[in-house]
Every structure is written in C-alpha cells, then in structure tokens.
Design a protein around this ligand. Structure first.
Ligand code: BMA
Length: 362
C-alpha cells in the first residue's frame, strides 16, 4: 500500500513537474536551470560578442557562428554569450560595435540550441542630446524620458524597437528563447547618462519600472531574465541604494574590472572582487536571487597567470551563476579580455578551462 502510494505520488510529482515546466515561461526555465547549475557548484564562463569576431577575425554573413577566440585556445566555447543592443533604438542594421543585428540573432539562437545562455546589455544613444551612452553633458536625460518628459514619446519608440527585436529570438518551434537582459548597468558610476550623478534615485527607479513594465507587462516578453549590474567600488549599502526591487530583478550582478599596472593591481582587484562577491552572496540569500559576475576582465591580459592566479582564486568559493569577460575587439588594438592563439595567457587559460567547476559548452 505504502509502496503504491509512493509510486503514485512520485508519478504525480513527475506529471506536475512536466506540466509546470511546459507551462513555465522561458525566463523561469532559465532561472531554475541557473539555480541548478549553481547548486552543482558550476560557474559558467562567458564572453561578450564571442562568436561575432575575435582578436584577428570577424564573422561574415552566411558563416556558421560557432567560432570564438576562446574555442581557438581551449577547444570549448563560452557557455554564456554576451551581446549588446546599442543602436537597436535607431532601427539601424548594426549595433554600436558593427555587429549586424540579424547575425547577432543567428549567433544567439545557434548558441542556445547548443545549450548556451544569452545575455544582453544595452548602450543606447542619449535620447536628449543625440550623443551616445557616455554623453553625460546633461543631468536631465532620465527625467526627460519619463512620463511627462519632453523625450518620453521618442523613448517609448526606442523601447518598442528593442522589444520588437527581442521578440524575434525564437527556437525552431517558434517559442521565445530565454535572454538575460541587464539594462541601465553600472549606474553606481557616472559615465552613462543614467549614472548616479545624472539622475535622482527616484528617477533611476522610475526608469527601471518603465522599462520593465513596457517589456514584460505591456509587450508580454516572458523570455527576459532581469539582471541588475552595479559597478564595483560600492559597499553593500551602495550596491542596494538604487535597487529596483525584488519584483522586477532576477539576478544580482556586478561589473568589476582590473585597472592599473600588473602585478601590483592583481591583489587590489582580487580583494575588491572577493569583498563585493561576499556581500552579494548574502544579499542573494536574503532576496532569493542568483548572483553573477556580469562583466569583468583585465584589458590586454598583460599578466600570463591571470586566470588561475588572479580571477579563479577570487571567484572559486562563490556561488556565482556565471562570469563574463568583455569583448576581443578586432579593430581596436589591445582591447581584448580573453586570450587568442599566441596571446601570453593562453596556457593559463587552458588550465582555468580544465578546472571542473568552470562551465563551457562544446
Ligand atoms: C566598451 C568598449 C567599447 C564598446 C562598448 C559597448 O567597454 O568595448 O568599445 O563600444 O563597450 O560594447
């Protein structure tokens, strides 16, 4: 009797798990997959624009988008592909770094079909001045895009163009694929028009609510996982100062780079990173959120042992869902964050990639 009951309840549990899963939004499925991967002790590795170009190559229309500098070095691809929406608001054919939007979609869908995860940042133009994201000449930009502001109408068209594009990321069955979306990042600094000194706390929160409300509620994009990405250099209080709220944030992120001469800056970076990740881990537990290192890196990788001596010791004990390094620009000398064949940290990167808990895909 007991056994039958147990079997029955097991069958019911399986059935309900299947029903739940089928009924689940793509965003919920990705979040629960990320949680499971963290439970297993895995930290997934990612790179911005990984399949679009590398240090000395650029993919062209018609290519299969499965090459990356990371794969050229270690035989495996990054598990997380970062892409940027900058320029989608103007409905042009390419983003701010020259990536055709159609190719970005192809790269994302192919990556997803190989088991990968896709994350989008957005460096939109400045809707008030006509400059770029880094144009901080006015502190009236955020207020101008909010309801009642002089650029609100234009900004809603920008959000609409963004939502139209994100809605086209579909699998072979036409189902939306999950995307981690992390708008209004590094707002704890003041280098973007939505930065700390350029708007009030209320304005920043209103910007998030407007964005979330439009994309998720009005447009019904059930595939977006929302990531909050302050910059480094804040304590726990500073980190949470402009937190949009548990109801609209899914991932607690961090953008933290290493700057300055090596090796002197190695310890400075790893200490700051460890300290920040340790309070993020607590915040993640308190708020029931997954944590991630949403951007990091050492530009030009001038330290051969960076991966196993600097990055790995700083992250290895932290329940991070993923770590993403920035792009390997093919057109800006020295602007790269992952090794390429011949780069001085390539042997060390292979050691890092061979560590059991760092996740890549085939
Ligand atoms: C920056 C640099 C820029 C780039 C921007 C958005 O960190 O890599 O060259 O345009 O990110 O991708």
């Amino acid at each position: 009797m007991k056994k039958i009951l147990a079997t029955l309840s097991f069958a019911a549990a399986v059935l309900s798990a299947c029903t739940d899963k089928d009924a689940s939004a793509p965003a919920d499925i990705l979040l629960s997959d990320l949680r499971a991967s963290v439970e297993e002790g895995k930290i997934l590795f990612g790179q911005q624009d990984a399949y679009m170009y590398g240090h000395s190559w650029r993919a062209v229309q018609g290519d299969r988008l499965d090459r990356s500098d990371v794969r050229d070095v270690c035989g495996k691809n990054p598990a997380v592909l970062g892409l940027d929406l900058g320029g989608i608001e103007l409905s042009g054919p390419e983003n701010l770094d020259g990536n055709p939007f159609a190719m970005m979609r192809q790269a994302a869908i192919e990556h997803y079909s190989r088991g990968g995860i896709v994350t989008f940042s957005w460096h939109p133009r400045n809707p008030l001045t006509g400059g770029d994201s880094w144009d901080v000449s006015s502190d009236k930009v955020v207020t101008s895009v909010l309801e009642g502001g002089e650029r609100h109408g234009v900004f809603m068209q920008w959000l609409s163009a963004c939502a139209d594009y994100l809605d086209t990321f579909r699998d072979a069955d036409g189902k939306r694929i999950p995307l981690i979306f992390r708008p209004w990042h590094e707002h704890t600094g003041s280098w973007f028009w939505w930065g700390r000194d350029l708007c009030t706390e209320e304005e920043y929160l209103a910007l998030w609510k407007l964005t979330y409300g439009y994309m998720t509620q009005e447009r019904g994009l059930d595939n977006l996982v929302w990531a909050y990405s302050p910059g480094a250099g804040v304590d726990a209080e500073g980190y949470m100062e402009r937190y949009p709220g548990d109801g609209i944030v899914d991932i607690l992120g961090l953008d933290c780079y290493q700057y300055g001469e090596v090796p002197a800056s190695n310890a400075v970076y790893s200490e700051q990173l460890k300290e920040t990740l340790s309070f993020m881990e607590k915040l993640g537990e308190e708020h029931g959120k997954t944590i991630a290192l949403t951007e990091t890196g050492l530009e030009g990788l001038p330290y051969a042992g960076w991966w196993t001596e600097v990055l790995y010791p700083a992250i290895k004990d932290c329940p991070l869902a993923y770590v993403l390094v920035w792009r390997n620009a093919s057109d800006i000398p020295g602007h790269f964050y992952a090794p390429w064949p011949g780069q001085e940290s390539e042997d060390d990167f292979r050691k890092f990639a061979a560590v059991g808990n760092i996740g890549f895909i085939e």
